[in-house]
Design a protein around this ligand. Structure first.
Ligand code: HEC
Ligand code: HEC
Ligand code: HEC
Ligand code: HEC
Ligand code: HEC
Ligand code: HEC
Length: 259
């Protein structure tokens, strides 16, 4: 009996050692498998956002709620697209992996891989030109053409500096984003919002002064032209009187001489 019990005891011991080992081996095999499928996806094939979830779940959660994620499924887009006879050109900015030759696309909406490249490419382009590929022409209410006229563009501030505060993938404006640059701490390189407001107010005063000076000048000019008008008339009238007098004098002289 005692012999049996030690036998089953050692079996349990072996099992206790094997099970965790097996779980460990299985787990790491699965992990490296998923890693290698991920690596295999490197290249030209678009996988869709589900592929990125494993390693970037936070970004996916944020993106899912945005107009970018819904750019194709959006009922307003679908309605307008139908009205335009399902023009394939529309898909260029409302889908990802669009091929202009075939009119096919890989996945719906503005997905991760439009901005970061297909599969494991994982490129980061943080310039305004990335956004400007789509936010342009007839469809951009806040298009790059307008943005490029402003001081932010010429100061190398990019769309993501305001729209992707702390790499947020909601593209919503976070008021803290402005303070990232417009703060006292960076006052030596960039002006504060208060400075800018003050300047705008000073500009308003300057404009009012300029407008007043302009009005004064205009009235002075019109007064002068009025005056020179009167002067012209006086000169003309004088010349007429002198000429008439001269004719009268000449005629009377001739009459006296003839008589
Ligand atoms: C198997 C895990 C894994 C998958 C799947 C994965 N990534 Fe990554 N990604 C990483 C790691 C690791 C880094 C480097 C660490 C970091 O910078 O956060 C990274 C970094 C990045 C970066 C930043 C690169 C840089 O230069 O700073 C981007 C952008 C990115 N991934 C996008 C994607 C997109 C889009 C997908 C889906 C199409 C994806 N990743 C799928 C693991 C993964
Ligand atoms: C060059 C890229 C581009 C092309 C091509 C394009 N769009 Fe868009 N579209 C956009 C952008 C960017 C927005 C968002 C504009 C904004 O909010 O400032 C948008 C927004 C829209 C909206 C408004 C969606 C909403 O929910 O308010 C509709 C509808 C729409 N597009 C339909 C179309 C149709 C139909 C076509 C084809 C005739 C088309 N788009 C082609 C870039 C494009
Ligand atoms: C409209 C373009 C766009 C889309 C769509 C987009 N990203 Fe990004 N992503 C960017 C830009 C731009 C940056 C760089 C932001 C910065 O530096 O401020 C970035 C940064 C990142 C980074 C690096 C952030 C870090 O902390 O270093 C990761 C990872 C990433 N994106 C993953 C994703 C994933 C996953 C998706 C899809 C769910 C996605 N992105 C969709 C434009 C995009
Ligand atoms: C592939 C084309 C594409 C790219 C690239 C792109 N967008 Fe968009 N964006 C769209 C479309 C299309 C919509 C409108 C979707 C809808 O409402 O149906 C949109 C919507 C938006 C909105 C919301 C507009 C609203 O009216 O609510 C913001 C903000 C925005 N984009 C900012 C950006 C920024 C910042 C970048 C660059 C980091 C960028 N986009 C890159 C196509 C694009
Ligand atoms: C200096 C900061 C700043 C920069 C840089 C910037 N934006 Fe904006 N953008 C804003 C603010 C502020 C709003 C108004 C947000 C609101 O009403 O919620 C806005 C609004 C928008 C909207 C409309 C969003 C909506 O909800 O209707 C789009 C689309 C947009 N911007 C795209 C862009 C693109 C594309 C770029 C780069 C070419 C860009 N923005 C650069 C600050 C910025
Ligand atoms: C990445 C840095 C950065 C961010 C973020 C930023 N700005 Fe600016 N801003 C600048 C620079 C640089 C200038 C131009 C040089 C200067 O005035 O010092 C400027 C100029 C301005 C001006 C003056 C415009 C003019 O025509 O004179 C205003 C107003 C302004 N920013 C408001 C904002 C607001 C509002 C936000 C947030 C939505 C914002 N900025 C976000 C860097 C930034």
């Amino acid at each position: 009996m005692a012999h049996d019990s030690t036998d089953s005891g050692s079996k349990v011991g072996i099992l206790r050692a094997i099970v965790p080992m097996a779980i460990l081996v299985l787990g790491s095999t699965l992990l490296s498998l998923s890693y290698f499928t991920a690596i295999a996806a490197d290249g030209d094939s678009y996988e869709g956002y589900e592929f990125c979830i494993v390693c970037h779940s936070e970004k996916v959660e944020e993106w899912k709620e945005t107009p970018h994620a819904k750019a194709y499924s959006d009922p307003i887009f679908q309605e307008e697209w139908e009205k335009r006879g399902f023009l394939i050109e529309c898909l260029e900015c409302h889908t990802t992996g669009y091929d202009s030759d075939t009119g096919d696309f890989a996945v719906e909406g503005v997905q991760c891989e439009y901005c970061h490249g297909p599969g494991m490419t994982m490129d980061v382009d943080d310039t305004a030109e990335l956004c400007g590929q789509c936010h342009t022409g007839d469809f951009g209410k806040n298009k790059i053409e307008n943005f490029s006229l402003g001081i932010h563009f010429s100061s190398n501030v990019e769309c993501n500096d305001c729209h992707m505060y702390k790499e947020s993938h909601t593209w919503e404006i976070e008021s803290k984003a402005c303070a990232e640059c417009h703060t006292d701490r960076t006052i030596h390189t960039r002006r504060t919002i208060l400075d800018l407001q003050e300047e705008a107010l000073e500009d308003k005063d300057a404009l009012e002064q300029l407008t007043a000076a302009n009005l004064e000048l205009e009235s002075a000019l019109s007064e002068r032209s009025e005056r020179s008008g009167i002067a012209n008339m006086v000169t003309l009238g004088g010349a007429f009187v002198i000429a008439t007098l001269a004719i009268i004098v000449v005629f009377s002289y001739l009459r006296v001489k003839n008589a």
